[in-house]
Design a protein around this ligand. Structure first.
Ligand SMILES: *Cc1c(COP(=O)(O)O)cnc(C)c1O
Length: 490
């Protein structure tokens, strides 16, 4: 049952600082063929440093081997499944990378004149149009750098529109299942946060919502499908309640992997939303690299979008900075261009029917996992889910084993852990999102691993307490690591 552990030779690795040997260098320069200049005299003594204290002195091959060996210790989406819920860790087709490296796109400079940037601007224009079609909304800005940044941009748009009406209002409503970035965004945008309760089906309690919406409410921020993987089937009604009081509805679109090609937020009343290009539209993520958080809006919010806006002239594209209502810039230039290229390549490679298929497969895969694991793990919201499924550790907790222990043991079976202890409304949550890119074979391996772990909990729960057992680094003290991180070598 256990997946064969992939074994290969991999050396132990010391810190690069520990390999340092005085005088070693990793480069060779030819003799000077111009007169030497004294750097301190030319640049000023303050701009020149004699040496960098503690800088490792190593050869080229030592540097290369050090980092290459470390890279083989990492788990990666190119090695296997990443069941992290809410993150949409799908495989990223290599064609996107090839397109992003096309010379004219990879080397485009934001200060190039418009006349020499028409191709890059066309990429931006086509991606905006595709995202309008996908979301059912009227205009898109690609400037924000990631989802949380898109949220802030979106709520600033709401604020600007309400201010233009004479009153920015005071409160943002956020369901209790929300991602932490939602209340954080509301706070940073100057709003206070009020929680909306979920009902026993894991959806917004519409009566509770109706009672909360008054003239002080600026917007409801809602993730749909929500973080339980449940589609908010009352979303249109929620939008009506908000609109009737002059408030708006912001949709956190991090879970668009469950909707693309099937349902459009603009059609169910959403005023403004963000999309995570690095989740739904296949840009590698997880290592802190560049992302993309486009914001899509209904017509009434368009005047407030960040500058500049792309404008289609008669026979060229141009940047329009003359937008008096705009909230201003939210990012240098136009956003993370390489991510946009990947997203457009992904969208065009799939086409409409292909995108829809991806969504349907993502939902099918998550439901397959729910069905196969429901006899082994507690399922607090037991109904067909969308792209992710949330179990709780209720049954295992009776044996003293918690969701974090199960996640650590999963590493021994060759998988990245699922999302642990989120969403907060499920006690001891195991949140699993397989995505459409996993085959049935891979899903079955994952399911076998989870079932095998559930049996271990019954038969020998102590195995779980200090898992993982097969990794190079054993369980670390995460609390100490977070509270007292050691960020310097000495
Ligand atoms: C990932 C995520 C975010 C934040 O997006 P980033 O791109 O990481 O900033 C917000 N809400 C939900 C539901 C998410 O899953």
């Amino acid at each position: 049952m256990i997946r064969k552990v992939r074994q290969h030779l991999s050396q132990n690795e010391s810190l690069i600082f520990e390999r340092s040997s005085p005088g070693k260098i990793g480069y060779q320069l030819p003799d000077l063929d111009v007169p030497a200049v004294d750097a301190a005299a030319a640049l000023g003594a303050a701009s020149v440093r004699a040496e960098i204290e503690g800088f490792p002195e190593v050869s080229e091959v030592e540097v290369i081997r050090h980092f290459t060996r470390l890279s083989t210790w990492n788990y990666a989406i190119d090695l296997g499944m990443y069941p992290l819920g809410s993150c949409t860790m799908k495989y990223n087709p290599r064609i996107n990378e090839a397109v992003a490296r096309i010379e004219g796109l990879a080397w485009a400079h934001p200060y190039q004149p418009e006349s020499l940037s028409q191709g890059a601007m066309e990429v931006i224009g086509r991606l905006e149009a595709a995202l309008c079609e996908i979301t059912g909304l009227d205009a898109v800005t690609l400037q924000p750098a990631a989802g949380a940044h898109g949220e802030l941009t979106g709520i600033l748009l709401v604020r600007a529109a309400l201010e233009a009406r004479g009153n920015p209002r005071k409160k943002i409503l956020v369901p209790d299942s929300a991602h932490g970035t939602n209340p954080a965004t509301a706070g940073i945008a100057g709003y206070s946060v009020q929680n909306v309760a979920s009902n026993d089906q894991g959806m917004i309690d519409i009566e509770h919502l109706a009672g909360l919406v008054d003239d002080d409410v600026a917007a409801l921020m809602v993730t749909n499908p929500n973080t339980l993987g449940v589609f908010e089937s009352n979303i249109a009604q929620a939008a009506e309640i908000l609109h009737s009081k002059g408030a708006m509805i912001y949709m956190d679109g991090a879970n668009m992997n469950a909707l693309v090609g099937v349902a459009r937020p603009g059609d169910f009343g959403v005023d403004v939303m963000h999309i995570n290009l690095h989740k739904t539209f296949s840009t590698p993520h997880g290592g802190g690299g560049p992302g993309g958080g486009p914001v899509a809006v209904a017509k009434h919010l368009e005047p407030y979008l960040p500058v500049p806006r792309l404008k289609r002239m008669k026979d060229a594209l141009a940047w329009d900075f003359d937008r008096p209502g705009s909230i201003g810039k939210v990012k240098a230039f136009y956003g993370n261009f390489g991510v946009m290229v990947r997203a457009l390549a992904y969208i065009l490679a799939h086409g409409g029917p292909g995108l829809r298929n991806a969504t349907v497969d993502a939902v099918l895969n998550a439901n397959y996992i729910r069905h196969k694991l429901r006899d082994f793990f507690d399922l607090p919201y037991d109904r067909p889910n969308m792209h992710e499924v949330v179990f709780s550790d209720d049954r295992q907790a009776a044996k003293g084993v918690r969701t974090g222990d199960i996640a650590k043991r999963l590493i021994d079976y060759g998988f990245h852990p699922y999302t642990v202890s989120f969403p907060l409304i499920v006690h001891g949550a195991l949140m699993i999102e397989p995505t459409e890119t996993e085959s049935k074979d891979e899903l079955d391996l994952f399911i076998d691993a989870m079932i095998s772990i559930a049996k271990e909990v019954d038969e020998q729960p102590e195995t779980l307490k200090n898992a993982p057992h097969m990794t190079r680094t054993r369980r670390v003290d995460e609390v100490t690591a977070a509270r007292k991180p050691i960020l310097r070598w000495k």
